[in-house]
Design a protein around this ligand. Structure first.
Ligand code: SAM
Length: 299
């Protein structure tokens, strides 16, 4: 007889190769690649994700894409309330089964990109000390999901997500390297980004064909730079990376200047201490803020 008191709970954990296979077979599910269905089968990886989210009994966790509940179960053990949004209706009966011991975990059927997240957060997490998004994201829509969470300015503490390693590297990149671009600036404008772990493809069923990473985005209370018009700031950033190999002068001239007004640009860049021959990937967020202010003052 096994006297380990944890062994029963462990045998009910979804995230083992055997339990995942059994659940999928029992419910006759064929996983859909088109929905990014790569399920986690490794408790260590789950513990790293949940640990990075800094949850406690008075906090809430919003999960995007619970699948068959591997991460949801661990979130339910660490958080006071869990809300999980799943697009694939076929998985709902499995989730009902795997989350049965956790009445404070709720599943909502829907597309995270279409749902009214501010309303859902209000309804489900009212009065909680903090809410974090914690997820193993469907990789085909990683960036749209992150941008939706950030641009809607949801009242979040942390966003801890497993994503493609290459996208995580771009989100956390500092100026000067080839990974640094408009995604780095957008993410770091709203959050402090930190890589938590690199994850091999062997911890998923089926295995994806890219490496993964867990990234923690601590949502900032205030952006690190002062920007008068956020939309214009991001327009300037986007324009500066349209052709990565071109100078900042050439990219900005193409977007904001005519043949006649182009000579003004060189003077404008010099006046704010930016050498026109630099490339967009070398400018810091503070320099982009200065650039946006100078360009908008000109209009
Ligand atoms: N959390 C589970 C795990 O770690 O094993 C599953 C993660 S799997 C990478 C991504 C999940 O997101 C799948 O269950 C998929 O059906 C779901 N999904 C895909 N697109 C979605 C969308 N637009 N809205 C909500 N869920 C989505």
């Amino acid at each position: 007889m096994n006297m380990n008191p944890l062994s029963k709970a462990a045998s009910e954990d979804v995230a083992t190769p055997k339990n995942t296979k059994n659940l999928i077979q029992k419910h006759g599910i064929v996983l859909k690649k088109s929905l990014g269905q790569n399920f986690l089968i490794d408790q260590n990886t789950l513990h790293k994700i949940v640990g990075a989210a800094e949850l406690s009994g008075d906090k809430g966790a919003l999960e995007i894409g619970p699948g068959i509940g591997a991460l949801t179960q661990q979130l339910a053990k660490a958080a006071g309330r869990v809300l999980a949004v799943e697009i694939d209706q076929r998985l709902l009966p499995i989730l009902a089964e795997t989350l049965e011991p956790y009445p404070h975990a709720t599943v909502v059927h829907g597309d995270v990109l279409k749902l009214d997240l501010p309303a859902l957060i209000r309804q489900h997490f009212d009065g909680m000390a903090g809410v974090s998004v914690v997820a193993n994201l469907p990789y085909y829509i990683t960036t749209p999901i992150i941008m939706k969470l950030l641009e809607e300015k949801l009242p979040l503490e942390n966003i801890v997500v497993m994503i493609q390693k290459e996208v995580a590297d771009r989100m956390a990149a500092r100026p000067g390297g080839k990974e640094y671009g408009s995604l780095s600036i957008a993410v770091q404008f709203y959050c402090e980004a930190e890589l938590v772990a690199i994850v091999p493809r062997t911890v998923f069923v089926p295995q994806p064909n890219v490496d993964s990473a867990v990234i923690r985005l601590r949502v900032r209370k205030e952006p690190p730079v002062h920007v008068q018009d956020e939309d214009f700031f991001f327009e300037v950033v986007q324009a500066s990376f349209v052709q990565r190999r071109k100078t900042i002068y050439n990219n900005l001239a193409a977007r904001f200047f005519t043949k006649e007004t182009k000579p003004e640009l060189e003077a404008l860049l010099h006046s704010i201490g930016i050498d026109p021959i630099r490339r967009g990937e070398t400018l810091s967020m503070e320099e982009y803020a200065r650039l946006a202010a100078a360009l908008s003052a000109r209009n």
